[in-house]
Design a binder for this molecule. Structure first.
Ligand code: INI
Length: 150
């Protein structure tokens, strides 16, 4: 399975930790070392995803970023652009594109979710990518899933 990661440099103290969590988890799961590209901020992540998707080289793409609410409306614009852009690329290219972007009120919440007491969203995103790539591969060959209510 091949995964590509796009990570934004804005709030890099946090996004470096997300990337490390993602790379560690990929190694734990026996995934070939992911291809990594960097972009300036979260707004640029969907464009990077689009370029990666176009290559048709990857089974899933993971987007990592961190948007922290400041005193302005900028937060809302950034969150809206990156979340909607992610969804658009995923549906257009029929490829799992995972939203590993933290959107928090403050730096403390972001630290807690990038290797602190609330886990690491980068690791979570890699697991989501693996699960969705497997789901797509299984459904393509007609593998049936049986769900049991428990
Ligand atoms: N980008 C982020 O990734 N996180 C932020 O918190 C953020 N804030 O707050 O402004 C941010 N802004 C930059 C944006 O992503 C673009 O790089 C910029 O607007 C140029 O397109």
């Amino acid at each position: 399975m091949k995964i590509a990661i796009a990570v934004s440099e804005f709030n890099h103290l946090i996004t470096d930790k997300l990337l490390q969590g993602a790379l560690d988890e990929a190694e734990n799961q026996g995934i070939t070392t992911p291809f990594v590209v960097k972009v300036p901020g979260a707004v640029e992540l969907p464009f990077a995803a689009q370029q990666l998707a176009k290559t048709k080289k990857y089974d899933a793409i993971v987007l990592l970023g961190c948007v922290i609410r400041g005193q302005t409306d900028h937060y809302d614009y950034v969150c809206q652009q990156v979340s909607q852009g992610t969804q658009q690329v995923m549906m257009h290219y029929d490829l799992p594109v995972i939203f590993g972007v933290l959107t928090t009120h403050d730096k403390e919440q972001a630290l807690a979710r990038s290797g602190g007491e609330r886990g690491n969203k980068g690791a979570y995103a890699v697991n989501a990518a693996i699960e969705m790539a497997r789901l797509q591969a299984d459904l393509r060959v007609g593998k049936m899933y049986r769900y049991s209510a428990s």
